[in-house]
Design a protein around this ligand. Structure first.
Ligand SMILES: CC(C)(COP(=O)(O)OP(=O)(O)OC[C@H]1O[C@@H](n2cnc3c(N)ncnc32)[C@H](O)[C@@H]1OP(=O)(O)O)[C@@H](O)C(=O)NCCC(=O)NCCS
Length: 163
């Protein structure tokens, strides 16, 4: 995906969503460490930039990374592997916009079904995904070892596919 998406928030602040680049990794990794109890390593993000099945997005404001997403696509399935927004930018619709871009990519690539895992107690993320039509389809016991928490599996069908 070479396209850049630019949006002005209600406040007039401009946000850009574009493919993640090598120069973004340090900022993404620093955010990841601040946000997650069991963060991905820097090497994991680097590996995603080399992974032909991976699409990696950043949301930026004035060239500063304020959100990111890692998605994997195999044939007609898309998996949201990572998605986060910097705490000081939450509640402004950044994740909603990232999700809109992900759906855009999914449509362009004829994806039929999208999956993700989310911590059972992560109300904000679960609400976000439900807003985009994701439904709970299962659980993985103790999936998050460090947090000692189960994962909820969520899926949604797109392009007129039936779940
Ligand atoms: C989950 C997360 C990505 C949401 O990002 P955001 O930019 O604040 O989300 P948005 O402002 O676009 O909100 C979209 C929807 O998410 C839900 N939501 C967001 N924050 C919420 C909160 N604190 N409590 C409940 N629901 C919330 C709401 O349904 C909201 O829609 P609404 O505004 O119409 O009510 C962000 O909280 C985050 O980065 N959390 C830490 C990382 C994480 O948990 N990632 C998901 C891993 S699966």
């Amino acid at each position: 995906m070479s396209t850049e998406f630019i949006k002005a928030l209600d406040s007039g602040v401009q946000i850009k969503i574009r493919p993640m680049q090598w120069e973004d990794i340090e900022q993404v990794y620093q955010l990841e460490k601040r946000i997650f109890v069991a963060p991905w390593s820097r090497a994991s993000f680097e590996a995603e930039l080399l992974n032909r099945y991976s699409y990696n997005l950043v949301a930026t404001n004035e060239n500063v990374v304020i959100g990111y997403a890692i998605i994997w696509m195999f044939v007609d399935e898309l998996h949201i592997a990572n998605l986060a927004v910097k705490d000081s930018w939450r509640g402004c619709g950044i994740a909603t916009w990232i999700m809109n871009v992900i759906f855009n990519i999914a449509h362009e690539n004829h994806i039929k079904i999208m999956h993700l895992e989310v911590r059972k107690s992560n109300e904000a993320a679960i609400n976000l995904y439900k807003k985009f039509g994701f439904e709970i389809v299962g659980y993985r016991k103790n999936y998050y070892e460090k947090e000692k928490e189960d994962a909820i599996l969520m899926s949604t069908c797109i392009n007129d596919t039936v779940l």
